[in-house]
Write a protein that binds this ligand. Structure first.
Ligand code: MN
Ligand code: MN
Length: 501
């Protein structure tokens, strides 16, 4: 039987809008769910998805991708990657799986909302495939770490993290709830697929795939590349939706969605990718600093995408670019210091050689962040490790749910950006986080950050022990220094040499 070329039938086949007779259009597509902003159906029908595929084509390609990823995994099953890898690399894997795997399932729900409530037929088509994408690579990211569970139960957090109140899980849920779980179809197209996926996911996944190959973890490299091809395709859902919003006089609305989404995505990636690239990745495997990477991908590429679409740079752009210099260093300190409260073993990344690298990439590092590490190292050398672990919780930002922190030492710029709203005082890490809250206070006002919960008596006893119980971190899961403090020895030798001389 002769088959028509896809191009010959695609436009007709996807013309699936009709005029409802038994319900009104607003009942079929409530604005709350569609986010259509009152733009009529006819305008949404001009939506032209940049990537066109049919179901048989989609399934064939996805099947090949799955076969590729699973067969690489199987082939390398007996390799000694797990035993031979630097512990810092294993920590990157654990942090990634816990923070991302169930987020993929959440993204599947978001795609499903676009499937049902998207006003443009092409958007509904793309989102159907997007939904299948998220399901496929969500499962990959649960299946792959599952094999490591018998060796190391921290890998169990690939599945467990989102079901707990670990602070990292609260932060990830808060951002993802805001960006796509509690949003309309069009908001999801803009905030998830355009801002988050085009802007940040691509970056995280390309960077991670390169690092994985460098670290000799070819299983993870192939897994990540497989996911990346899904993401880069369905990330294209947002662009045409933005074009329709802008062409119909809704630029201000679109801009605000983009600005909120970038602000929230940045914090999460800064924490995860920043600490991975500049600290947990072994020095010999580092190709680029996080700052260089951000400059190339966010400033060099994403900035142009925004402008080309007719949007402006977010009002806080300069501030965020300046944060490339310091925010992730502050988060790294927070992660390492509060290491009992994370589901992976944070790598300090603070050997003398690492410090030289940090000083070279971030001039002034020794004078600021280095000062704090000096105290930690002194305490470890003095045999007082108890002074390097926390007794209580840090002040947490009511937007990012991450510790409020910035530059310590000689560049001190830490500040609590607070806001009084309806009799409650909220605390923010920056003007940007506070601005996000002010855009929609009703959306955010009732959320309790971890410290709010402590003060409300939800964490008992109200100390680190109670917090670990609250976060469901069991023995064997509680984080500790990835290298068992072996890196401190270099400073011990140095001290000895200095004394001897
Ligand atoms: Mn995904
Ligand atoms: Mn996605």
């Amino acid at each position: 039987m002769a088959l028509l070329e896809r191009a010959a039938w695609y436009d007709i086949a996807r013309a699936t809008n009709w005029t409802p007779r038994y319900v009104t259009e607003s009942e079929l597509f409530p604005d709350l769910m569609s986010g259509a902003q009152g733009i009529p159906m006819a305008s949404w029908e001009t939506y032209d998805e940049p990537y066109k595929t049919s179901y048989p084509e989609y399934v064939r390609i996805q099947r090949e991708k799955d076969a590729g990823a699973y067969s690489v995994k199987e082939a390398l099953e007996r390799s000694r990657m797990f035993e031979d890898a630097d512990p810092g690399w294993l920590s990157i894997l654990k942090a990634h799986y816990g923070a991302i795997a169930l987020g993929e399932y959440a993204a599947m729900s978001a795609e499903a909302r676009m499937v049902r409530f998207g006003r443009a037929p092409g958007m509904r088509n793309m989102a159907t495939f997007g939904m299948l994408d998220e399901n496929r690579h969500g499962q990959l990211q649960l299946y792959f770490p599952h094999d490591y569970c018998p060796k190391d139960r921290q890998f169990d957090w690939a599945h467990k993290a989102y079901h707990t109140n670990a602070w990292g899980a609260i932060a990830a849920r808060s951002a993802f709830d805001d960006l796509f779980m509690s949003r309309s179809a069009i908001e999801i197209a803009v905030m998830l697929t355009f801002a988050f996926e085009t802007g940040f996911t691509n970056m995280q996944f390309l960077g991670l795939a390169a690092n994985a190959a460098e670290a000799g973890d070819f299983t993870f490299a192939s897994l990540i590349s497989s996911i990346q091809t899904d993401e880069s395709r369905h990330a294209q859902i947002g662009g045409p939706a933005l074009q329709i919003l802008i062409a119909n006089g809704r630029k201000e609305h679109a801009q605000k969605l983009v600005d909120v989404a970038i602000a929230r995505a940045w914090r999460l990636f800064c924490l995860l990718t920043g600490s991975s690239m500049d600290y947990a990745t072994p020095l010999v495997h580092r190709k680029q600093s996080f700052k260089e990477f951000m400059r190339e991908w966010i400033v060099g590429q994403f900035e142009r995408t925004l402008i080309d679409l007719g949007l402006d740079l977010p009002w806080y752009w300069e501030q965020i670019v300046s944060e490339f210099d310091y925010q992730h260093h502050a988060y790294q300190l927070a992660i390492w210091f509060w290491r009992p409260t994370v589901w992976w073993n944070p790598a300090a990344g603070i050997t003398p050689e690492c410090r030289d690298w940090l000083e070279e990439k971030y001039p002034g590092w020794n004078d600021t962040f280095g000062k704090v590490w000096d105290v930690i190292i002194d305490n470890l050398l003095a045999g007082k490790p108890e002074l390097t672990v926390p007794e209580t919780l840090p002040i947490v930002c009511n937007m990012s749910q991450l510790p409020i922190c910035a530059i310590p030492g000689n560049g001190w710029n830490v500040k609590d950006y607070s806001l009084d709203y309806n009799g409650r005082t909220y605390h923010f890490n920056s003007e940007i986080d506070r601005w996000v809250f002010q855009q929609d206070p009703v959306r955010y006002r009732n959320h309790l950050a971890l410290v709010d919960r402590l003060l409300a008596g939800q964490i008992q006893p109200p100390d680190l022990r109670g917090a670990l119980k609250y976060m469901e971190l069991a023995p064997g899961e509680i984080g500790d220094d990835a290298h068992h403090y072996a890196w401190v020895k270099a400073y011990c030798d140095k001290l000895y040499e200095e004394k001897a001389a």
